[in-house]
Design a protein around this ligand. Structure first.
Ligand code: XMP
Length: 319
């Protein structure tokens, strides 16, 4: 793509001009935006960039390893893997209020990020994968009245607190343009096409009390559901798909024994921007096969339901 190729060259030139010979820190979430920003900045300034990946232990199966392998081994980008799962899960254990979950995660995220960023000598810049819609949204929020349904955890205010200047090379781009830029930078297609994933991760897909046991079960069930969706060639038609583990155990029968295990809900929606969404009309064969696989392959779940609520009135996530 000629346009993106020249956009990339221009962006690299601007980053070099802004940063000079100073050090830059980039918070990597594993999502498309921060990843594209990191790879672009690395092309511009090489090892003057260090990425900090805060692993809160609320990621999907194998996700942390995949991110670390891709950035360290494939791209040779200096990366600090802040494995702080015990800190986050410890603080969340027994918490069931969705807003308390989000605020706890947001607060710890900032603490942890600062702690690791302080280890990088002479850093003067903080890189963020802010997109154009984020810029617009933060402006309109300061205007008229707005209703906050869910307080998205973000790291607003962090640069000022740390005395860092911002590098935001994606500020003029929309999501589809970021994807095109990612392709231009050689990021794998499977990575670029990934569904969005919320900052608080699996914490908000585990309604009710968070426990390590439930998180482990959830990760396995989610991996089976996504595998089914990929195998049936449906992944790219769906905006977001995931499993939520419900805070209830129900009775079942397996072989000649009685089971008393968790119920889960499958969620899959189509959407353009996440503001409104329709549930995905899977065929019954797909749903039946997926339920059988989850119950057979995931110890701890004995009942599978499908969430057919659209947004509004539902939200995409369960919390
Ligand atoms: P809802 O559940 O509000 O989700 O319909 C709309 C989109 O936002 C994502 N989401 C979040 N993302 N922090 C995030 O970074 C959050 O706290 C959060 N809550 C929801 C959700 O995954 C969907 O893409």
């Amino acid at each position: 793509d000629w346009t993106m190729a020249s956009y990339k060259d221009e962006a690299i030139r601007k980053i070099r001009e802004q940063v000079g010979d100073k050090q830059v820190i980039c918070g990597l979430s594993g999502g498309v935006d921060s990843s594209v920003a990191a790879v672009l900045i690395h092309e511009a300034i090489g090892d003057q960039l260090t990425c900090v990946f805060v692993d809160h232990g609320l990621l999907r199966l194998n996700e942390a390893e995949e991110v670390v392998t891709m950035f360290r081994d494939t791209y040779n980008i200096p990366l600090i893997h802040a494995d702080e799962a015990d800190l986050f899960i410890g603080a969340l254990e027994g918490v069931s209020d969705p807003e308390v979950k989000r605020k706890t995660i947001g607060r710890l995220f900032i603490d942890v990020f600062q702690k690791y960023a302080n280890q990088i000598d002479g850093a003067e810049f903080l890189a963020q994968g802010t997109l154009y819609p984020d810029v617009i949204e933060s402006v309109s929020f300061s205007g008229g009245p707005s209703v906050t349904i869910k307080s998205h955890h973000n790291v607003g205010g962090l640069p000022e607190k740390m005395g860092l200047k911002l590098v935001e090379p994606l500020r003029e781009l929309f999501k589809d343009e970021v994807r095109a830029l990612g392709r231009e930078l050689g990021l794998p297609e499977k990575f670029i096409g990934r569904h969005p994933f919320p900052g608080p991760g699996l914490a908000i897909r585990c309604p009710g009390e968070i426990t390590r046991e439930k998180l482990d079960i959830l990760r396995k069930a989610d991996a089976v559901f996504i595998d089914q969706i990929r195998k049936h060639g449906l992944y790219d038609e769906i905006w977001q798909a995931f499993v939520a583990i419900l805070p209830v155990r129900t009775v079942g029968v397996m072989g000649d024994g009685r089971t008393y295990d968790y119920a889960c809900a499958l969620r899959a929606v189509t959407s353009v921007d996440g503001m409104t969404a329709d549930y995905y009309p899977f065929g019954h064969d797909f749903l039946g096969e997926t339920a059988t696989r989850i119950i057979n392959e995931v110890k701890g779940i004995n009942r599978v339901t499908y969430d057919i609520t659209s947004k509004p009135p539902g939200t995409i996530e369960w919390e």
